[in-house]
Ligand binder design. Structure first.
Ligand code: GLV
Ligand code: MN
Ligand code: MN
Length: 423
């Protein structure tokens, strides 16, 4: 356990070095130089565990341990390795590192699975560079078309294809993965909230993930001189956007039932202190455990936008992401709980308020997800921290689950007697 904990700590520390904002948290945008360095590290680690490494046409990374039976679907384990701006070292990487260590245990014990085991490291889950989010998982499962992918640009107008090529990735590689090649997807993630820490429980078995949508709202007006344009002759995009944004929290509060709304990104153009802004873009992220609440807030958002169509101002709203709430696979949840009992690891059931690649995979395969505690419930900030010991406990649960799901043929000694009999 100590060796496992040390390996996990080392991986997390190494990956956290690949940030565009040293000293100010992890900023690792998809297809950036930091992505390239983290990608090279992950590929090396996969190879060191005897995995065959490949990338797809989105830059998702796969490290595969072949199964003994040809053409059987894989058990995928992993998460994403991009970050939000000035985020933490664990959101995403904790799950990739856990997957690496499951593969390392297979390697060390020379296990021969019947079904392949694949470690996956996914791109652009956060949507921090190209918007929307869950891009790697949506792309590979066919929920994001080639045209949509190609049309995405970052805030500087650089397209996905240009950005990929810049770090030597090949967007012409196969993109969509046949559903028949996936048997299950397992993801470990930090909780990003306070529940597990408050309960002092190391493992949360995720029952369901919230439904969410993201809109990009664009408010356009007329640029002009800040000193010479009278106040009653202005079409100021920033003032118009501010009036709208001030009304939005109320939409979620009125809806209640845990519905939340966030305006997290605001771009002002041309962004000069003495220029009246002619364009403002902002994002609206709406989430709830029940789809009807998301739908109600969407329709109230649209009404709010219509009410602000004032003189000289034009408002458009584009939906960048819509995902229904997802219940995760009952069978895998039960498996996790049985294994936790056998290993003597305390757990509880939990729901996720954050979006995850797991919710995308739940449309195409059996999905299981575990959470570990987040210190002070903090995430998406440099203070984000989780205990490597908790990641190690999750690795042990995933290792037993992976042995069972891949139907390991020659097993190593384990304290889990009942599972040994069944593999
Ligand atoms: C990802 O962190 C999300 O919940 O948006
Ligand atoms: Mn995140
Ligand atoms: Mn995440």
């Amino acid at each position: 356990m100590n060796e496992l904990k040390e390996r996990i700590t080392h991986h997390i520390e190494e990956l956290s070095k690949y940030t565009a904002t040293p000293g100010y948290g992890t900023t690792r945008l998809s297809y950036s130089q930091e992505d390239l360095k983290a990608r090279n590290y992950l590929k090396e680690q996969m190879e060191a565990s005897g995995l065959t490494v490949r990338e797809d046409g989105f830059g998702n990374i796969f490290g595969k341990l072949e199964g003994t039976v040809k053409d059987t679907p894989s058990i995928l384990i992993g998460s994403h390795f991009d970050s939000v701006p000035n985020g933490g070292a664990y959101d995403g990487p904790a799950g990739v590192v856990a997957a690496l260590e499951v593969a390392q245990l297979f390697h060390k014990k020379q296990l021969k699975p019947k079904y392949p085991l694949e470690v996956v490291a996914l791109v652009e889950e956060e949507g921090s560079r190209f918007g929307g989010g869950l891009m790697g998982s949506r792309g590979m499962t066919g929920l994001l078309s080639e045209e949509e992918f190609k049309s995405l640009t970052d805030k500087d107008g650089i397209s996905t294809i240009e950005a990929m090529k810049k770090i030597g990735l090949d967007p012409s590689l196969p993109k969509k993965r046949d559903r028949e090649t996936i048997k299950a997807f397992l993801e470990l993630h930090i909780e990003q909230g306070p529940i597990l820490e408050e309960k002092n429980i190391p493992i949360g078995v995720v029952e369901a993930i919230v439904g969410l949508t993201q809109y990009k709202v664009t408010v356009e007006g007329q640029a002009g001189h800040a000193g010479t344009t009278p106040m009653d002759r202005r079409a100021d995009a920033l003032f118009a956007a501010s009036k709208i944004i001030c009304q939005l929290p109320e939409l979620a509060i009125k809806e209640g039932n845990g519905t939340v709304l966030t305006v997290g990104r605001l771009n002002v153009y041309p962004n000069g202190a003495n220029v009246i802004p002619d364009k403002v873009e902002f994002t609206v992220d709406i989430r709830s455990g029940k789809e009807e609440h998301v739908q109600n807030v969407i329709s109230n958002l649209k009404k709010t936008l219509e009410n602000h169509n004032e003189y000289g101002i034009e408002i458009t709203a584009e939906q960048c992401l819509y995902i229904q709430p997802k219940a995760l696979d009952q069978g895998v949840r039960t498996l996790f709980k049985e294994i936790s009992n056998e290993l003597g690891v305390p757990y509880c059931s939990i729901n996720s308020g954050a979006g995850h690649d797991a919710m995308v995979f739940s449309d195409v395969t059996e999905v299981g997800m575990l959470f570990i505690p987040s210190k002070a419930g903090l995430s998406h900030c440099p203070e984000e921290w989780s205990d490597a010991g908790h990641i190690a406990q999750a690795v042990e649960i995933f290792f037993e689950a992976a042995k069972k799901l891949t139907e390991v043929e020659r097993d190593a000694p384990s304290k889990n007697k009942r599972l040994n009999q069944s593999v």
